[in-house]
Ligand binder design. Structure first.
Ligand SMILES: Nc1ncnc2c1ncn2[C@@H]1O[C@H](COP(=O)(O)OP(=O)(O)OP(=O)(O)O)[C@@H](O)[C@H]1O
Ligand SMILES: [Mg+2]
Length: 348
């Protein structure tokens, strides 16, 4: 009975477990390990540790010492080469087994690092974007002051002009200054901290849907796929409307003539955003069947001033990301022609 349970545990773990005998030959490997090596347990059994892991002599030496002095160790971010020449990054835990009754001598656990990497990459990406935004905010600030002066002077000039026909020119200066002012305001991004209150996510999405429906032709359908059981969230309603509006507007612009945009809400369990692990998060997907994001753009669309549209400013997504970050959330994106999906995750 006992061994059955232990076997079941080992067989169902998602990390790789290897058991070696005192001659460093493989006695047991669990299914997660078979998947990692892409070789069946039957064929792996009996192989020596040096055959299983190539070019980690140092570690293997250390492993062999483990058995002599009966002390295990953990090696993080180790790169190992598998028999088929694939290299993988793992955290590796080596534990000696000192039971004279059994022939097995050594337990090795391998935890593949993809998940860790993804999390740190998110962190990394966020810092880079934050940096770019800081530069752009600074730039916007520097443009603002002289721009105000320019506009004020043009207004004074307009009043003094003897010839009415010349007002056309001052009009252009004032008009363009206003346009630039608008752009600079957007470049500065969200200037206020979120005013948090309990709000319903569907109210936010419905508001966005109404606004966008009024803007686009009837050929674009906005489909609602809501999970009504989602609890209220603690957030700034106006900021979330702005963020979702930017994303949904992009979707309408990617649809050439006719198309569909799905607004989907769900909850997801056990999700890590940045460094924080959440038991429950709200997941909103905005899916469109438009042209898709150009492959050369996809890595940089969240950077400020990156655009694929001739009349775009490239600020929409950068602002959306700032707003969602301020709420402790995350935006992800996948795209191929005919299907683009923006996923917004917010802690619940
Ligand atoms: N749903 C989508 N489908 C296809 N491409 C998209 C989609 N969303 C964004 N993009 C691409 O990402 C680019 C950046 O989007 P972003 O909203 O940041 O800027 P913009 O739309 O160009 O300008 P702005 O929103 O400031 O007016 C877009 O120009 C477009 O090329
Ligand atoms: Mg946009």
């Amino acid at each position: 009975m006992q061994t059955d349970i232990h076997k079941q545990i080992a067989e169902n773990l998602t990390t790789t477990v290897l058991m070696f005998n005192k001659d460093f030959r493989l006695e047991y490997i669990n299914p997660a390990g078979e998947m990692l090596f892409e070789i069946s347990a039957r064929r792996l059994k009996g192989l020596s540790i040096d055959e299983l892991f190539l070019d980690v002599e140092k570690m293997i030496e250390r492993v062999k010492k483990v058995v002599q002095n009966a002390q295990g160790f953990t090696e993080r971010e180790l790169q190992i080469t598998l028999p088929d020449a694939r290299t993988i990054d793992v955290d590796c835990v080596v534990t000696p087994i000192n039971d004279p009754n059994i022939a097995n001598a050594l337990l090795i656990e391998l935890i593949q690092m993809e998940r860790h990497l993804r999390i740190s990459r998110e962190g990394n990406q966020l810092t880079q974007h934050e940096l770019a935004r800081t530069v752009i905010r600074g730039l916007a600030h520097e443009i603002k002051n002289p721009l105000g002066g320019l506009r004020g002077a043009a207004q004074l000039l307009e009043k003094e002009l003897p010839n009415k026909a010349l007002k056309e020119y001052t009009g252009i200066i004032i008009g363009e200054a206003d346009r630039l002012q608008n752009l600079v305001d957007r470049m500065q991004g969200p200037t206020s901290l979120p005013q948090m209150e309990t709000i319903n996510i569907h109210q936010v999405l419905e508001h966005v849907r109404t606004l966008v429906t009024a803007e686009v032709s009837n050929n674009i359908t906005l489909v609602r796929d809501y999970d009504p059981s989602i609890p209220d969230i603690f957030a700034d309603q106006d900021q979330l409307i702005q963020a979702f509006l930017n994303i949904v507007r992009n979707a309408t612009q990617a649809i050439n003539e006719t198309g569909e945009i799905i607004l989907r809400t769900r909850t997801a369990r056990q999700f890590t955003i940045g460094q924080t692990r959440h038991k429950l998060v709200l997941q909103v997907d905005i899916i469109d069947n438009g042209s898709g994001i150009a492959p050369e753009l996809i890595k940089s669309i969240f950077y400020p001033m990156v655009t694929g549209r001739p009349e775009g400013t490239g600020l929409g997504l950068s602002i959306a990301q700032s707003l969602i970050n301020q709420h402790g959330g995350l935006i992800e994106c996948t795209s191929e022609p005919g299907q683009t999906r923006f996923t917004i995750l917010l802690p619940l």
